[in-house]
Ligand binder design. Structure first.
Ligand code: 13P
Ligand code: SF4
Length: 390
């Protein structure tokens, strides 16, 4: 099992600016029981007017999404932020790596705010810069680094995107991973891809979209010497998958798919490519968050669906489409705990602080990292065809 190689930070004490973790909220949060929270959020937003632009990721709670000026997946939101140069504050209701990407893509004058610094992402934390640099050194020793093109999923920290930028690599999202891999394999003769940090998106794309075999893929475990791989395995591989995963999408299992198919006639299984390969193999449709939303919007009334993605989104889709039978592809309730950190008290606190002239929880990527990360992001934007998840 991949674990995060970080000492735990006790809740409420300190935060770690160099990782996806943050555990403090340096202000007086309103009580969650305050009956005026909605009115307070509305008043603060009105007071800020055009100075603020609120972005809401699809996995956010309804109580927060209701205040979003736009909703979307991580890449769409970063682009939406970049398209609002007049907004002084971008309040990002999402997680840390998304706020970083927004900061990279917006002007230096704009301030990106994450209402709770504890809203990190465990998947992004599974690839730390030091670990990736060690892996690169080991690949150099094995004589393969010259043919490796690093590709990182959007769901990674800015310094991993910067690593890709300075090593001839690219960022991808779950809807353009195939195009990004095609690009990467064209960059060098006998190119190999180092895919960070989500092994499942990497494997699903390589095998199901690019026609590679499972034997072409090896998994680099950053917790084992040499990644747990021999030089020969590295030399023979086409895809070197980082051993990272999403703790939410990793939960879905093939036996639930079988059970649903046996019990619900005509049910269609719709999953995100962060799910395990065995689940994706059994699904009817696989695609990004935006793809999932569009598929349900276009679905016939009376059709039955089981969706394998974050529960806030699945619940919202079920509420918005009462004419379709929508269920969650897991036996137990599972939200993304870090997405859920952004709740109404944190949102009110951040908005009221901004309205009172106090900039709180600003996410700032240092200029050098920003410049190199932008190179990898720009390579993605320049890819042919779809350049974001749609
Ligand atoms: P997208 O928002 O890019 O679809 O990614 C899914 C996810 O897990 C976000 O944290
Ligand atoms: Fe990270 Fe998964 Fe949560 Fe997205 S859903 S923020 S990838 S842990």
């Amino acid at each position: 099992m991949t674990t995060v190689d970080l000492p735990l930070l006790p809740l409420g004490r300190g935060h770690d600016a160099s990782s996806e973790r943050g555990v403090e909220c340096p202000g007086d949060l309103p009580a969650a029981s305050d009956p005026d929270l909605v009115a307070r959020a509305r008043a603060a937003k009105e007071a800020l007017g055009e100075r603020v632009f609120v972005l809401g990721h699809h996995y956010q709670r309804d109580e927060v999404i209701q205040f979003a000026d736009v909703t979307g997946d991580s890449f769409k939101l970063a682009r939406d932020a970049a398209a609002r140069p007049e907004a002084e504050f971008i309040v990002f209701c999402g997680v840390h790596f998304m706020a970083e990407s927004a900061d990279i893509l917006t002007s230096p004058e704009q301030k990106v705010i994450l209402p709770d610094l504890a809203a990190g992402c465990s998947m992004a934390d599974m690839a730390r810069l030091g670990q990736v640099e060690d892996a690169w050194d080991a690949m150099t020793d094995a004589g393969v680094a010259d043919s490796v093109v690093p590709v990182t999923y959007m769901n990674s920290s800015a310094d991993i995107k910067a690593f890709c930028g300075r090593n001839g690599g690219v960022v991808c999202t779950s809807s353009n991973a195939e195009v990004a891999l095609e690009w990467a394999f064209e960059q060098k003769p006998d190119a190999k891809v180092l895919f960070l940090p989500d092994q499942h998106l990497g494997r699903n794309t390589a095998v199901l979209k690019m026609g590679l075999s499972l034997d072409d893929c090896v998994v680099w475990n950053p917790h084992l010497p040499g990644g747990g791989l021999t030089g020969e395995q590295l030399r023979n591989a086409r895809m070197i998958l980082w051993k990272g995963h999403c703790s939410v999408h990793g939960r879905f299992s093939p036996d639930v798919v079988d059970e649903l198919r046996a019990n619900v006639p005509g049910i269609q299984i719709l999953v995100h490519p962060e799910c395990q390969h065995e689940v994706v193999l059994k699904a009817d449709l696989v695609g990004s968050t935006e793809f999932i939303i569009k598929t349900i919007e276009a679905a016939a009334p009376g059709s039955s669906w089981a969706i394998g993605t974050e529960l806030n989104l699945v619940k919202r889709l079920a509420d918005q489409h009462p004419d379709k039978n929508i269920s969650f592809l897991d036996r137990t309730v599972c939200y993304c705990s870090t997405m859920n950190r952004i709740d109404l008290p944190h949102f009110v606190w951040a908005m009221e602080s901004l309205a009172a002239g106090m900039v709180v929880n600003q996410i700032q990527v240092d200029p050098e990292t920003e410049e190199q990360a932008k190179v990898a992001l720009q390579r993605m934007l320049d890819l042919p065809g779809k350049s974001h998840k749609d």
